[in-house]
Design a protein. Structure first.
Length: 136
């Protein structure tokens, strides 16, 4: 599981492969609570990136993700706000296996979704987006 995370896979993707919930994978791969609390104290509850006070709601970021033995070391962890953490992990859904690409067969719109079976097309709102339009 750690290898998949270090390769840039999302918790959702790893959970799908492992057959468990995303939350469980995140619990397994996140730093233990005492280490997390130490990191919050080390940075006085402030984001390392922008200095915003975030307290315990901050994200613990792994600086080096090479999978070495120092992955969970204190020196490899930073406290970041969600905005700074997103900047550290640029995300393009077209390169992520947990997203599905769909094409509406009625209007031609193409979109990405977490849902393998969306209810409607986002453009024409048709619930029959995956069926050819009949000419009766």
């Amino acid at each position: 599981m750690l290898r998949l995370r270090l390769d840039g896979q999302t918790y959702a993707y790893i959970a799908k492969k492992a057959g468990v919930s995303r939350q469980r994978i995140q619990q397994v791969l996140s730093p233990p609570i005492p280490i997390r609390d130490f990191v919050v104290t080390k940075y006085d509850g402030r984001c390392f990136g922008c200095g915003l006070y975030i307290g315990k709601s901050g994200h613990v970021h792994h600086v080096n993700t090479d999978g070495g033995e120092n992955y969970q070391d204190i020196d490899n962890l930073q406290l970041l706000c969600i905005s700074c953490h997103r900047k550290q992990h640029p995300f393009d859904c077209r390169h992520n296996d947990s997203f599905y690409q769909h094409k509406c067969l009625r209007c031609g719109k193409v979109w990405d979704s977490l849902n393998p079976h969306p209810l409607r097309c986002g453009k024409c709102k048709s619930p029959y987006w995956d069926k050819e339009k009949r000419n009766d």
